[in-house]
Write a protein that binds this ligand. Sequence first.
Ligand SMILES: Cc1cc2nc3c(=O)[nH]c(=O)nc-3n(C[C@H](O)[C@H](O)[C@H](O)COP(=O)(O)O)c2cc1C
Length: 206
Amino acid sequence: MTHILYVDFSPRVERSVSRSLTKEFITAWEQQHPNDTVTYRDIGQYPVPPVDEAWIAAAFSSSDKISPHLATALTISDELIDELLAADRYVFGVPMYNFSVPANLKAYIDQIVRVQRTFAMGADGEKGLVKDKKMLVITARGGSYSASTPTAHLDFQEPYLRAIFGFIGITDITFIHAENLTMGDEARQQSLTAAQTAIQALISSW
Ligand SMILES: Cc1cc2nc3c(=O)[nH]c(=O)nc-3n(C[C@H](O)[C@H](O)[C@H](O)COP(=O)(O)O)c2cc1C
């Protein structure tokens, strides 16, 4: 039995393309894997706060010295990390904002990338602690950033997500990009169809 953590990051609800595609994936997955379990989190509508001074002080103190005040600064981080570690696989729906990720995803990442919980620092450098996981990231983008386009170098979204999740140990990451969503009906439809085909293919191979 596999446990999936399914997270949407689009602040849009009805009109969100990334949400419609993650839902399509999860619905098809649940039909084919009725014994698997899914936890859903809606960061798009319910963002987590940015880290603050108390968070930083608490995260970098040794646990026996943390005061009750500092310990509460990590409550949300602990909840998000427990949820992350409890899952075997991740399905994230991520809009592209300003060539990268929305600020709500950056805030989520800042909460879950934590020393001694998701990475360790040793004499030979940092080591990811989130092992044997798989991640699917479905992105929605107004333009196109595939390798053959002149805007390929502006994709700071996929490389960033590969780097930061790789840093905590999640290296098996599949991306499905719905692109050209603001480039006219034909380009939009073509890209949506390709993304839906990729989703169906992944259901049987993931
Ligand atoms: C604040 C903002 C910034 C955006 N920046 C980009 C961008 O840099 N590149 C791009 O291709 N599309 C950009 N877009 C378009 C979105 O990626 C596109 O509308 C996508 O469908 C959003 O995901 P969603 O449909 O799941 O909400 C931006 C949209 C917004 C609202």
